[in-house]
Design a protein around this ligand. Structure first.
Ligand code: ADP
Ligand code: ZN
Length: 504
């Protein structure tokens, strides 16, 4: 017997005008059409929306999409309408009279796709009213949970109202749940499946490699502004990320003085100004947006050609997401991180500001996590290994460079042969492990370099065979070797904030 296959490529061409699926899309579409629960992890720009939009149009009922940001909903619906697809959104930005008009339309079958804010969907009023009628009438194809990582406290964007979405599963157990996200850490993945009570979900894990992005790190110096201006003048839509509002305003006005069309975006601006500025950027009325990381997910501009981090990102995950706003259309784009030693001091200072507002005591756990994240960013910035390999390793994805699209692969610095030192480092970890002990890189380097500290002597580590065998290398050299071993996954780091090393 021959399996029935729906000819999807015809529909793809007819409805969206695309010639072929992007990697991973077709598999997801088929599982959605088969009525399964789905968890799909795809990088930004991978084309997640199509994975639920295409099936929505091929199925008889209505598909409901939960999306966390008003701007994002508006963009998506506008794009659908541009393709003559009947879609609408319902959220707090809409007048009550218009909401009831759209709800009537929903029950009448005017829309194939309806985008909703999570807090609205779980209102008893909505659950008992429109949702039940829809279920009994036209039928619900699926509940689509976009940006599903918002359900997890381990993600970078936790939203408590997402937690209540499991109500949908309880109320309408027969309706498939489809969760989409661009956050791939294993912890978030498990959390999504648990929190949303997904049932034997088809998990689609696309590669997080974004081959069209060129990654580079530039030293921060008095020339950095010149570098930025040169990038701006070279053309293409760009985003500049800064750490503080003050910085955003400074950089914006400097660029404006130099005749660049640019607008700021940060939490100090009122909502309307932010929306206007973002809109101006999407429509290419301005070339550049200078933003703090408050620059939410609302940005849905496919042709950003470059992203510059003028200051250090807070974690490697944030860096991946923020730089990932570039090149969503698949064309080449550049991601540049400016990095200088002063950034480390600033970051460390900000971490120390994490205190309990009531007691004034430091929030130790948060500080420890923040320090670990900072260390990972520094490793990335200082490393001479393939930048792409480091990022993908962070997402647990095996990737061995060179990638041909990062500064370290394309402009490699001269490297020494460190194989002897590598063995010494690994054997030090192994010696400690035999004694049931684990330490971070700094301490292991102390052992190798034969430091005469009381701490070290009292633990008896000066009697290890590896004690002092690495005296002739500097701490710097050992540090970079340790990072390199980590990137090559020869050693692992504990994720409890202590960063103790172990052999893989
Ligand atoms: P994300 O995964 O970040 O949500 P989108 O769904 O917004 O990505 O898609 C990113 C861009 O890629 C959009 O401009 C979309 O139209 C385009 N796109 C998606 N699928 C395809 C395809 N199969 N062929 C060509 N372009 C596509
Ligand atoms: Zn590379």
């Amino acid at each position: 017997m021959r399996a029935m296959t729906v000819p999807l490529s015809g529909a793809l061409k007819r409805i969206f005008g695309f010639d072929a699926f992007r990697p991973g899309q077709e598999g997801v579409v088929r599982d959605v059409l088969a009525g399964r629960d789905v968890l799909a992890l795809m990088p930004t720009g991978g084309g997640k929306s199509l994975c639920y939009q295409l099936p929505a149009l091929l199925q008889p009922g209505v598909s409901l999409v939960v999306s966390p940001l008003i701007a994002l909903m508006q963009d998506q619906v506008r794009q659908l309408q541009d393709n003559d697809i009947s879609a609408t959104f319902i959220n707090s930005s809409i007048e009550p009279a218009e909401i009831s008009r759209r709800l009537k339309g929903l029950l009448r079958g005017d829309y194939k796709l309806v985008y909703l804010a999570p807090e609205r969907l779980v209102l008893t009023e909505f659950l008992d009213g429109p949702l039940n009628s829809l279920s009994a009438g036209l039928g619900i194809n699926a509940f689509v949970i976009d940006e599903a990582h918002c359900v997890s406290e381990w993600g970078h964007d936790f939203r408590p109202e997402y937690r209540q979405l499991s109500t949908l599963r309880r109320r309408h157990p027969q309706v498939p749940l489809l969760a989409f996200t661009a956050t791939a850490t294993p912890r978030v993945r498990t959390d999504i499946i648990g929190q949303l009570a997904l049932r034997d979900p088809a998990v689609h894990l696309a590669s997080f490699n974004r081959p069209n992005l060129f990654y580079r790190v530039r030293p921060k110096s008095k020339h950095s502004y010149g570098d930025l201006l040169a990038q701006a003048r070279a053309g293409g839509a760009g985003i500049v990320y800064c750490l503080s509002r003050r910085r955003v305003d400074e950089v914006t006005s400097q660029l404006q003085t130099d005749g660049v069309r640019v607008l700021p975006y940060h939490a100090g601006l009122d909502g309307q100004t932010r929306r206007d500025n973002q809109e101006a950027f999407i429509r290419d009325d301005v070339q550049i947006i200078v933003a703090t990381i408050a620059f939410g997910m609302g940005i849905n501009k496919p042709d950003v050609r470059w992203v510059i981090h003028y200051d250090l990102p807070k974690s490697l995950e944030s860096y991946y997401q923020e730089s990932g706003r570039a090149g969503r259309d698949g064309d080449p784009a550049y991601c540049t991180l400016f990095f200088g030693a002063s950034d480390i001091r600033t970051a460390e200072f900000l971490i120390q500001q994490k205190i309990d507002p009531n007691t004034g005591e430091p929030l130790e756990n948060e500080q420890r996590i923040a320090r670990q994240q900072l260390r990972q960013v520094l490793n990335y910035a200082e490393s001479s290994d393939c930048r792409r390999a480091i990022q993908l390793h962070y997402f647990d994805e095996a990737f061995t460079g060179p990638c041909d699209a990062c500064d370290n692969c394309c402009e490699p610095r001269t490297t020494h042969d460190y194989s002897v030192e590598a063995r010494q480092f690994l054997s030090c970890i192994a010696r400690l492990a035999q004694r049931g002990e684990r330490f971070g890189a700094a301490y292991i380097i102390e052992i190798l370099r034969g430091a005469r500290t009381e701490r070290l002597q009292s633990r008896g580590h000066d009697s290890l065979s590896v004690y002092g065998i690495g005296k002739d290398r500097s701490v710097q050299e050992w540090r970079s070797l340790a990072r390199s071993l980590m990137h090559q996954r020869l050693i692992g780091q504990s994720q409890d904030g202590y960063s103790a090393l172990s052999l893989n």
